[in-house]
Design a protein. Structure first.
Length: 256
C-alpha cells in the first residue's frame, strides 16, 4: 500500500468563532468518504487540549501535536550552543518532512509560530467581511486585514477559498497577486438520523404536512440575497414534484 499523505491541520479552538471550528470539523468528517487507500493521515496541530476532545473519533487516521514543538535533546544542545555564540531566541521547528503541507494558514499564525516555519503552507481566507461590511470594523482592523490579505496575495503559494464569489472578491480587492487560488466549497456532514423515531417526533411538534426549513443567515459579504433564496426554494420544490430522489443522488444546490 502506498504511503499515506500527511496533512497538517491547524485547529484553533475559539469559542467566540464557532464557524471556524465547524469548518474544520466538517473538513475532517468529509475525509471519511474517500476510498480507504486515498485517506490521508491528518496531523492536528493544537494549542488547547479541547481540540483533541472535539476531534478524537471523527476519523481513523488522526495524530496530535502541539503548535509549539517540544524540546528534544538535539534542540537543547543546539539552543545552548547558539546562546554561547550570542544568538538568542532559538525555538524548535517541525521538519519540512513532518507533513506534506499544513492548512489552514493565516498571516497571523505564520508569523506567530516559529515552529511551523519550515512547513509547506496552504493559506485560507474565510471571507471579505471588512470589504463588504466595513461599518462592522474599526479603521485599524480594516488596515490590518488588508495588509494581511495582501501579504498572502504576494506569496508563491496556494490559497483556499470557499466559493467562486470569494475568489472574485479576492481578485477584485487584491488585483496584484501571485498566489494560486483553489476553490473548495464548504459542506456540512450531517449525523445519521437512522435511530430517530420520526413518527413520534412529528407528533411531538404537531407536524402534519410536509415542510422545508432552512436556518441560514443571508449575508451581503457572501453574496446571499433574498432573490437568490427565493430562486433556491423554487428550484427545491420543483425538484420535489419532479424527482424527489434526485435530491439524495446529487448535490443540486451547490451555490457558487
Amino acid at each position: 500500500m502506498a504511503k499515506r499523505k500527511r496533512i497538517g491541520l491547524i485547529f484553533q479552538y475559539d469559542e467566540n468563532w464557532a464557524g471556524g471550528m465547524y469548518y474544520l470539523l466538517n473538513l475532517i468528517n468529509s475525509l471519511n468518504y474517500l476510498d480507504e487507500k486515498e485517506k490521508p493521515t491528518i496531523v492536528i496541530l493544537y494549542r488547547i487540549e479541547k481540540a483533541k476532545d472535539l476531534t478524537i473519533g471523527l476519523y481513523p487516521y488522526l495524530e496530535f501535536y502541539p503548535f509549539l514543538k517540544g524540546w528534544t535533546i538535539f534542540d537543547r544542545i543546539l539552543g545552548k550552543t547558539l546562546r554561547l555564540c550570542g544568538i538568542t531566541g532559538y525555538s524548535p521547528q517541525y521538519s519540512s518532512k513532518f507533513v506534506d503541507f499544513v492548512f489552514p494558514c493565516t498571516h497571523d499564525i505564520v508569523h506567530s509560530y516559529n515552529s511551523l516555519k519550515k512547513l509547506r503552507k496552504v493559506y485560507w481566507i474565510q471571507d471579505f467581511q471588512h470589504n463588504r461590511l466595513p461599518h462592522f470594523f474599526g479603521e485599524e482592523e480594516i488596515k490590518w486585514r488588508d495588509s494581511s490579505y495582501q501579504s498572502i496575495a504576494d506569496l508563491n503559494a496556494s490559497l483556499v477559498l470557499s466559493s467562486k464569489d470569494a475568489a472574485n472578491d479576492f481578485k477584485n480587492f487584491y488585483p496584484i497577486s501571485k498566489v494560486k487560488i483553489e476553490i473548495i466549497p464548504f459542506a456540512s456532514v450531517l449525523p445519521s438520523f437512522s435511530e430517530i423515531n420520526l413518527s413520534s417526533l412529528l407528533a411531538k411538534y404537531s407536524l402534519t404536512q410536509p415542510y422545508f426549513i432552512s436556518p441560514n443567515q443571508f449575508w451581503k459579504h457572501k453574496h446571499q440575497h433574498r432573490k437568490q433564496a427565493r430562486d433556491y426554494l423554487h428550484k427545491f420544490f420543483d425538484l420535489i414534484d419532479e424527482d424527489p430522489e434526485k435530491l439524495l443522488r446529487q448535490n443540486v444546490f451547490q451555490i457558487s
